[in-house]
Write a protein that binds this ligand. Structure first.
Ligand code: UT7
Length: 340
């Protein structure tokens, strides 16, 4: 039995990332809303974020990142997959899901494909869902994509959220393998708490507050109670990381590198401090891409591998927190792959 509860593990064998070409710097943003480079850097660690142009939807970024992950996987084996999961907060449409279109555009035929909504924890939940499909024998190889065009749901007047969020996508290919081989995922720790569902919301557009009856009270934009979310994020990611590290049982107890959801640099360092990891061993790319929600962890994995912070054999802790509220953590030993 392995950490996913079945006889075989899900092993990471390919990784691909993509950000839209346009980077909105803090200086440029401060011409659009009342903010400053100094405020954004000191409160969040962000220097710029990528923004998709008007013709680019979440599926476009997902197809690009997914295609690159398949190419990366083909270097070590097959580029075929038999299931696709797209974790996103910003699907192309409320209905249908984005994943079937992504699968078709990637030429994957009629494989099962579905979206997963866990906001900034979406990619971690997606890894767990993909690992579950493999453990159950439902799939041999799964493409898990985190993709967002978060800029589409931001209130143009909201300087707080516009400072933080950006667009992008990242993807991994999982294959069936052995629990003790590099790249094997697990254990996982996942959680949620709906009593905090009002802390991160897009209120209008669902069944509780539908268009067009929402009338004057309609609010189609992303809203976040920043301070409460901050506190919860530190607490939940710390607890989840501790639980998963206990269960992993690495010698010395700690990972070589933490690749956490890039929510806010202060959150990353607060979590690292609490679990006893040097800040230097906490990977940071939020300065270049901002908070990309479900795309955040795979984008960070790609940048970490390309920068040399991640290499084969390094022990990695993944952790995330997001709307729902949702959170999670997972460990793996990094495999010998070439991100595309
Ligand atoms: O991705 C998963 C979920 N998200 C997160 O984990 C994000 C968690 N929260 C945060 O990262 C932080 O709470 C924020 C970055 C969103 C806000 O930082 P803060 O230090 O908590 O600021 P605040 O919301 O308490 O605001 C402090 C002040 C306010 O002004 P007053 O009322 O003190 O005059 C804000 O209006 O900072 C002001 N402010 C800004 N000023 C300049 C808020 N945003 C900005 C801005 N530029 N962009």
């Amino acid at each position: 039995m392995n950490a996913t509860g079945a006889g075989r593990a899900a092993v990471v064998c390919g990784l691909g990332t993509c950000v839209p070409p346009y980077a909105l710097t803090n200086e440029e943003l401060s011409k659009l809303v009342d903010t400053s480079d100094a405020w954004i850097r000191s409160r969040t660690g962000i220097g710029q974020r990528h923004i998709a142009d008007a013709s680019t939807a979440t599926s476009d970024l997902a197809v690009e990142a997914g295609g690159r992950a398949l190419k990366s996987a083909s270097a070590t084996g097959s580029s075929a997959v038999d299931a696709v999961i797209v974790a996103t907060t910003t699907p192309d449409h409320p209905c249908p899901a984005t994943a079937p279109l992504v699968a078709t555009r990637l030429g994957l035929g009629t494989v099962p494909a579905f979206d997963l909504a866990a906001v900034c924890t979406g990619f971690l939940y997606g890894l767990a869902a993909g690992a579950g499909l493999i453990a159950a024998g439902t799939a041999e190889r799964v493409l898990v994509i985190g993709a967002e065009t978060f800029s589409r749901i931001l209130d143009p007047e909201d300087r707080s959220s516009r400072a933080i969020f950006g667009d992008g996508a990242g993807a991994v290919v999982l294959r069936a393998g052995e629990p003790d081989e590099p790249g094997a995922l697990g254990p996982f720790d996942l959680g949620s708490d709906g009593s905090g569902s009002d802390l991160i919301t897009v209120r209008t557009g669902g069944s509780r507050d539908p268009y067009p009856t929402a009338g004057d009270a309609a609010d189609p934009y992303f809203r976040m109670n920043g301070k409460a979310v901050f506190r919860n994020a530190v607490e939940r990611m710390t607890e989840s990381s501790r639980r998963v590290l206990d269960r992993t049982g690495w010698t010395g107890g700690l990972p070589d590198l933490v690749v956490a959801h890039q929510a806010n640099l202060r959150i990353l360092y607060a979590v690292a401090d609490r679990i006893g990891v040097d800040r230097a061993d906490c990977f940071v790319n939020i300065d270049r891409v901002g908070n990309t929600a479900a795309a955040s962890i795979p984008l960070a994995l790609g940048d970490a591998d390309r920068s040399g912070a991640l290499s084969a054999g390094r022990r990695v802790l993944l952790t995330a927190f997001g709307g729902g509220l949702t959170w999670g953590a997972c460990t793996l030993t990094w495999p010998d792959i070439r991100p595309a």
